[in-house]
Design a protein around this ligand. Structure first.
Ligand SMILES: *Cc1c(COP(=O)(O)O)cnc(C)c1O
Length: 391
């Protein structure tokens, strides 16, 4: 299986068939498992084998299929699935950190990730240093011998800055720090994060993995040692478990993920090129454009600009007029969905930040984030162009 292509792994890896030999993965909607004898129960709590489950908060056959498929796709030794992307981010960090530890993180983060680092971890005595993740010199200055972990979004939300996984990992590994990458925007289709040096890779499966706007989910990928000895004990006792029903939907999502993500990225590239230089736009941000500050790095790191682009129409009023004029693209805040989704980060996903913090991150009042879906690229282009007339 290790020499299978990603597309083959996305369809077959991790499949566990019951005695019925079903083709499609079975949904084990059960929270518990029956032991033949009291001795068997004792034995299982002492050391559970590969096909032995105890309680769905600890693990479940359908969830395990999703974990194994994700680990195979990412080239990780093991994986732990969670109820949402944020349960994965929180789980990975809380499982490994303690009071007095030091963490270096890029500043350009999804609002909820920022909350965990700035509010939660600091409350428990973890020291956090924020850096501009695109400046290697800042990482170099911030990482110290006592740094336990570095954290960043490999492509940041919503300003699409690309962080150099290899360069940051090399610096972190010099002091023995664990490199934790929130890799949502890169997607499992384009990621090579582990071979580039990441120790732990996190996905919100809510995004491209489901890709059809149905369920929340998340996954933490890493070494067997990290997943089983550090992550599992924390998560199985604190309750961030993925539902078997959601795991099944995510398994079905993985079967088509590669086709979807490639079509969406190709449409995003086309739209970004078409919008470049439009007279109603101050800027178009997309890592696939040669005008992007880290275009070369993006191409080397993932080989794609991804499925999301951002553009600035100048003011909140203009942004709202454009959003309200869209006819196909919906106003919402998910991404990676089959439906194209437009978001106004300043008033929604990043509303919690002060105007000053937003300015520092480049989230202006006119910025619109567009997650490109599976509609006809020509229809999407026409929809945006007619809406931009309202700007
Ligand atoms: C959406 C998102 C998350 C959170 O995922 P949920 O599944 O919504 O909890 C974390 N990081 C990034 C970069 C995201 O886009």
């Amino acid at each position: 299986m290790t020499n299978w292509d990603r597309r083959t792994k996305a369809v077959h890896a991790g499949t566990r068939r019951s005695q019925y030999g079903e083709v499609s993965e079975a949904i084990f909607l059960t929270q518990g498992f029956v032991y033949d004898t009291a001795e068997a129960a004792e034995q299982r709590f002492t050391k559970a084998g590969d096909d032995e489950f105890i309680y769905a908060r600890y693990g479940n056959p359908t969830v395990r299929m999703f974990e194994e498929r994700m680990a195979a796709l990412e080239g990780a030794e093991d994986a732990f699935a969670t109820a949402s992307g944020m349960a994965a981010v929180n789980g990975a960090l809380m499982a490994m950190l303690k009071a007095g530890d030091h963490v270096v993180s890029s500043r350009a983060l999804f609002g909820s990730c920022l909350y965990i680092l700035e509010d939660v971890l600091r409350r428990f005595g973890v020291e956090i240093t924020f850096v501009d993740g695109t400046e290697i010199a800042q990482w170099m200055a911030a990482i110290r011998p006592e740094t336990k972990a570095v954290f960043f979004e490999s492509v940041s939300n919503p300003t699409l800055e690309v962080i150099d996984i290899r360069a940051v990992s090399d610096l972190a590994h010099e002091v023995g720090a664990t490199v934790i990458v929130d890799n949502v925007f890169a997607t499992p289709s384009y990621s090579r994060a582990i071979s580039q040096g990441a120790d732990v890779v996190i996905y919100s499966a809510t995004k491209h993995i489901d890709g059809q706007g149905r369920v929340l989910g998340g996954v933490i990928l890493g070494t067997r040692e990290f997943i089983r000895k550090t992550v599992e004990p924390y998560l199985k006792h604190t309750g961030g478990a993925l539902s078997p029903m959601s795991a099944w939907l995510l398994l079905k999502g993985l079967e088509t993920m590669d086709l979807r993500v490639r079509a969406q990225a190709s449409a995003a590239q086309r739209l970004a090129e078409r919008l470049t230089g439009h007279d109603k736009l101050r800027s178009v941000i997309y890592p696939g454009l040669s005008s992007h500050r880290q275009h070369a790095l993006a191409m080397e790191q993932t080989g794609s600009g991804g499925t999301v682009l951002s553009f600035d129409v100048g003011s909140k009023e203009a942004a709202f007029r454009v959003l309200n004029a869209l006819q196909i693209i919906v106003i919402s805040n998910n991404l990676g969905d089959a439906k194209s989704i437009a978001t106004h980060p300043a008033t929604t996903t990043h509303q919690r930040l002060s105007e000053e913090q937003r300015a520092k991150l480049g989230i202006g009042p006119g910025l619109i984030r567009l997650s490109v879906g599976l509609e006809s690229p020509a229809d999407l282009e026409a929809d945006i162009l007619q809406a931009l007339e309202q700007a």
